[in-house]
Design a protein around this ligand. Structure first.
Ligand code: PMP
Ligand code: GLN
Length: 392
């Protein structure tokens, strides 16, 4: 048999799919893969349905419907004070997943280095490596997930092409501060490097934390590609509509990657997302407030069940430390145990690391109805009262 692509042939099914399958198999409550268990706003879903009946079923333009590109540019200005050219500075993609792929493909040549921050979202490393580039990783350390500035500076060098930055951060829920972003901006200028900013959770931030795009810092607009996701912003993760904003010189090359990978995304969904981005401020603040209440509910329930819950400022996720249980196996085994025996699916943290992951940490998604979170915490609490079973 001819050799297939070595990297892909050697890689495994993503942990999100593995844990969702396990949840389905055991009828477990799925607090693993990050997706809300309630529908997104009815008016946005209606706008998509109307667009299907309104002649919106042929190819959309390569870079996206003009109305969505204008809405993305307007949202950049409204929320973050950013000036983006709606015609040449926006690219609509098949979710942020495709956006990440095409941004990396547009910037990287084999041999380039990309600074990444661990723990990291699962597509980053495989895509960087597939493009023949090398990840240079800097680690956030639990429990406060501080960004170690010396190590960050040391990760930059003559071959650095870009940093791949995720704020608000999956899986830790960390929101980078202005000071941290300022250090990153200085390093990018010093090394003449680009930034790809995965900001899919830009609207899922809990006061007093505030999201700030790196692109808004002085000198960054010309070297930053900023990625958003309608799936997250409108609680419609299955829609897979993402958007890249950036300077036309960069977006043009990223578009060359997009035209070869996907070409365009469903126009009815694009039209509905354009409508959604124009919703009033109450929608966006309500989304974050609703999620903050769910975060608090999960954190309280997990604490009662015996976990040490780490603070989270944004995203769908909270990390819990389970070392107190004295469980003998790995985090993956613990995750399997919880899904199978306790009826709660989670995501173990080790797949978010390049190597040598910290022990005893597991991720819970709290983008679920309060009664579902309470039921899950009740199950965990019962199991926590049986340490021998947990340690089995
Ligand atoms: N980046 C991060 C950090 C994510 O958590 C996700 C998860 N959905 C994505 C990108 C992908 O987003 P999308 O579903 O829009 O492809
Ligand atoms: N972003 C989601 C998570 O972290 C998963 C996305 C996926 O399954 N590809 O749970």
């Amino acid at each position: 048999m001819a050799t297939l692509n070595r990297l892909l042939a050697a890689s495994e099914t993503t942990i999100f799919t593995v844990m969702s399958a396990l949840a389905a198999e055991h009828g477990a409550i799925n607090l693993g893969q990050g997706f809300p268990d309630a529908e997104g706003p009815a008016d946005i879903v209606r706008a998509a349905a109307d667009a299907l009946l309104d002649g919106r079923n042929q190819y959309a333009p390569l870079t996206g419907l003009p109305e969505l590109r204008q809405a993305v540019a307007a949202a950049n200005r409204r929320f973050w004070g950013l000036e983006i050219d709606p015609d040449r500075g926006v690219l609509v993609t098949s979710g942020a997943t495709e956006a990440l792929f095409v941004c990396l493909a547009g910037l990287l040549n084999p041999g380039d280095e990309v600074v990444v921050i661990e723990p990291l979202f699962d597509t980053y490393l495989p895509v960087i490596r597939l493009l023949g580039a090398t990840p240079k990783s800097v680690r956030l350390a639990a429990p406060d997930w501080r960004l170690p500035m010396d190590e960050l500076a040391a990760a930059f060098g003559p071959r650095t092409k870009a940093i791949l930055l995720n704020t608000p951060h999956n899986p830790t829920g960390k929101v980078l501060t202005r000071d941290e972003l300022g250090v990153i901006a200085d390093l990018l200028q010093k090394h003449d490097a680009f930034a790809i900013c995965d900001e899919v959770y830009e609207h899922l931030v809990f006061a007093p934390a505030r999201h700030l795009p790196l692109m808004a810092l002085p000198g960054m607009a010309d070297r930053t590609l900023r990625i958003g996701s309608a799936g997250k912003t409108f609680s419609l993760t299955g829609w897979k509509i993402g958007y890249v904003s950036g300077p036309p010189s960069l977006v043009e090359v990223v578009t060359r990657a997009h035209q070869n990978a996907v070409f365009c995304t469903p126009p009815n969904l694009q039209r509905a997302v354009a409508y959604g981005l124009g919703r009033d401020d109450a929608y966006f603040s309500g989304l974050a407030a609703d999620l903050a209440a769910k975060r608090d509910c999960l954190a309280a329930g997990l604490t009662r069940a015996g976990f040490r819950v780490l603070p989270t400022e944004g995203s769908y996720f909270a990390i819990a430390d389970f070392s107190e249980f004295g469980f003998a196996g790995s985090d993956i085994e613990f995750g399997r145990y919880l899904a199978r025996e306790v009826g709660v699916a989670t995501i173990p943290l080790s797949p978010f690391y390049v190597s040598d992951p910290p022990a005893g940490l597991i991720r819970f998604a709290f983008c679920k109805r309060i009664e579902v979170l309470e039921e899950a915490c009740g199950r965990l609490r019962q199991a926590g009262a049986l340490p021998l079973a947990i340690g089995a």
